[in-house]
Design a protein around this ligand. Structure first.
Ligand SMILES: Cc1cc2nc3c(=O)[nH]c(=O)nc-3n(C[C@H](O)[C@H](O)[C@H](O)COP(=O)(O)OP(=O)(O)OC[C@H]3O[C@@H](n4cnc5c(N)ncnc54)[C@H](O)[C@@H]3O)c2cc1C
Ligand code: SF4
Ligand code: SF4
Length: 374
């Protein structure tokens, strides 16, 4: 835990950003801008930097909530009943959307988009923070309020988005909380779902542990599995790109299971072993322990499910309620063959996910910067 030294963004610069451990989740900037401090911004390179150093209050909150520091780890482990190797869970399913358009647009089974649609249409949330594809193959955070907007965000592209930053920019800035609440009431947007990688969800959980704005708006989290993040540009620089003659503009879709699968516009599917992809993994990802998004309400990934299905981990009662209702109302359907209950500990799907989670944790433990020095 934190000692009584003064902590500020300077510490994040030295201990996280300068060591290439920053995963660009935007959590620190989100807190800073949402609370009217506005000392930080996301720079052109996607990394946080000072906007106005004189405004920094040196309260150290940005440091506490950064997923790359060990602060608050015990608190969130207790709160989310964390267990080795994939965190707490109640049920694990292979499932898919029942909506043909969503299935077509989605990365795997479209479960993430369909669960968000269920929550929006049934007024469980007012908006969903998702990540929209840009023309140049990147991602841009957005708040989706309906099916059409969700569809713009469906599917995965392998680059990270400065996702949490959207919370600060979109909803709050230099206003006291009471005014912000009024603003949300006017916009009718008080409850948000958030989709994110494990680093993004961890930052939100740390913010929620401190009960700070803007994390209170996030009432539901869907966490994506994540072994590592990279851009297609990183991929094409490698030898295997030359070998397969990959051009970014020829890639239609990307998904990942036990291999990276590139779906080319020609119809060709290129399978790349994950070990090859690991060669281009960012330092930040190599120093990241969480594969299965252990602190989310529901986690989702492609690993372990057949094509066209999403592997879904329902973790807690909030997750169970949303998932069961979405199932009951016909937004998603389970794969008959793979419905499992918690008692079925030896199920293939659980074993595959646990194996990957263990592999990622070992990689993390072997990394020289496993814990940021305090
Ligand atoms: C960077 C990254 C790495 C991943 N690594 C793995 C892996 O190693 N193994 C595995 O099994 N699965 C991995 N996944 C998850 C997998 O690709 C699918 O997102 C998941 O199976 C859900 O599929 P779906 O069809 O249900 O989702 P969809 O219905 O297609 O919805 C996907 C949702 O994810 C959001 N999203 C997409 N990219 C990002 C991003 N970069 N940051 C935040 N939100 C985003 C979209 O906005 C959309 O709302 C990864 C996803 C990402 C983004
Ligand atoms: S909170 Fe996120 S963006 Fe900020 S330093 Fe930490 S990892 Fe980087
Ligand atoms: S591997 Fe970890 S740090 Fe990298 S994008 Fe995934 S969750 Fe974030």
């Amino acid at each position: 835990m934190l000692t009584n030294r003064t902590i500020s963004f300077e510490n994040l610069l030295v201990e996280v950003i300068d060591k290439n451990l920053c995963n660009r989740c935007g959590g620190c900037v989100s807190f800073c801008s949402a609370n009217g401090i506005s000392a930080l911004k996301i720079g052109k390179d996607g990394y946080p930097e000072y906007l106005d150093k004189d405004k920094c209050m040196e309260g150290g909150i940005c440091y506490l909530i950064c997923p790359k520091t060990v602060e608050l780890e015990e608190e969130i482990n207790d709160k989310y009943n964390w267990k080795y190797p994939i965190g707490q869970w109640q049920d694990i399913f292979s499932a898919r959307s029942t909506d043909a358009v969503i299935k077509e647009a989605a990365t795997d089974g479209g479960v993430v988009t369909s669960l968000l649609l269920y929550m929006l249409e049934n007024h469980i949330v007012d908006g969903a923070i998702v990540s929209q594809k840009t023309d140049c193959g990147g991602r841009m955070p957005m708040v989706a309020k309906n099916r059409a907007e969700l569809l713009k965000a469906a599917g995965s592209f392998w680059s990270e988005a400065e996702h949490l930053d959207k919370l600060g920019d979109a909803y709050t800035s230099c206003f006291p909380v009471i005014k912000v609440i009024k603003e949300f009431a006017e916009k009718n947007m008080k409850k948000l779902a958030l989709v994110g990688t494990p680093c993004q969800i961890k930052a939100i959980r740390k913010m929620q542990a401190l009960e700070i704005v803007p994390a209170h708006l996030v009432v539901f989290t869907i966490g994506l599995f994540c072994m590592q993040c990279f851009t297609l540009e990183d991929l094409v620089k490698q030898n295997f790109a030359k070998k397969h003659n990959i051009k970014i503009e020829d890639v239609e879709k990307v998904n990942i299971k036990d291999k990276l699968i590139l779906h080319m516009k020609s119809g060709l599917k290129i399978h790349i072993p994950l070990e090859e992809v690991e060669e281009i993994a960012r330092e930040a990802c190599l120093a990241c322990p969480d594969f299965a998004n252990d602190y989310a309400d529901i986690s989702a990934g492609g690993l372990g499910s057949e094509d066209g299905y999403t592997s879904v981990i329902v973790r807690n009662s909030a997750g169970k309620q949303v998932y069961s209702e979405a199932l009951y109302k016909g937004y998603v359907e389970n794969s008959g063959a793979s419905i499992i209950a918690k008692k079925d500990r030896d199920h293939k799907l659980i074993n595959i996910i646990e194996d990957f989670a263990i592999k990622k944790r070992i990689r993390y433990e072997q990394h020289p910067h496993v814990a940021v020095e305090r």
